[in-house]
Design a protein around this ligand. Sequence first.
Ligand SMILES: C[S@@+](CC[C@H](N)C(=O)[O-])C[C@H]1O[C@@H](n2cnc3c(N)ncnc32)[C@H](O)[C@@H]1O
Length: 217
Amino acid sequence: MRLRYKKWAKPYLHTHQEIAITNLEEQKEQIINILAQPNLFLEIGGGRGDFIVKLSQKNLDKIFVMVEKNENAAAVAARKVVEAELTNVYVIVSDVFHLIPFIKDETIAGIFLNFSDPWPKARHEKRRLTYDLALKEYRRILSNGGKVALKTDNPDFYTYSLAKFREYNWVIENNSYNYRGFAEFDAETEYEAKFRAEGKPICRLVARKGENTYAIN
Ligand SMILES: C[S@@+](CC[C@H](N)C(=O)[O-])C[C@H]1O[C@@H](n2cnc3c(N)ncnc32)[C@H](O)[C@@H]1O
């Protein structure tokens, strides 16, 4: 996501520390308290927050944590959360791989990967959010029966991700190369709206943590 530098982003995030985490170490206790809540869903790479704001408004009984490494995007998301007066959403400014060690085993109900960077070059495979080690961490943090829902406009990234989930024995509950957008526990993302307006098909899968033994550890 290309975003201009926003002078207000950092101060805004700092004045809204009740919902925004900008320093994992300094706000460690707060993170632990946030993550201790039941019914918690994680969106990785939430961008400017359209998805998390819409989904959380429809599900006030659930907790949503959005992690986004771009501070400018995260500040826009935080502003939407504050303006919507939502008390069930948190924005964490971090690379997800720095946040994951703070998350205890089997504590997350679901993970959303919306239009993640596809990293098409083979030499960048490890950066994909559905690379083997990422799936291994998702399996660790998801509670029993927990799911990953992935949407993308990129068929190659989709096919790659589907194959990875299958390789590690996740149960594929939904699998569509032309998702119409009608799943109940879902909301349209900013990128999705743009691609739909361009007439681009959207791919979506939902993978449930199944029984598995890992080939790698
Ligand atoms: C293509 S944008 C999609 C934004 C949003 N999910 C949407 O669908 O409109 C991908 C976002 O993921 C973020 N991102 C990529 N890798 C990440 C990582 N490892 N940890 C946290 N955020 C990440 C990027 O900064 C960017 O904002």
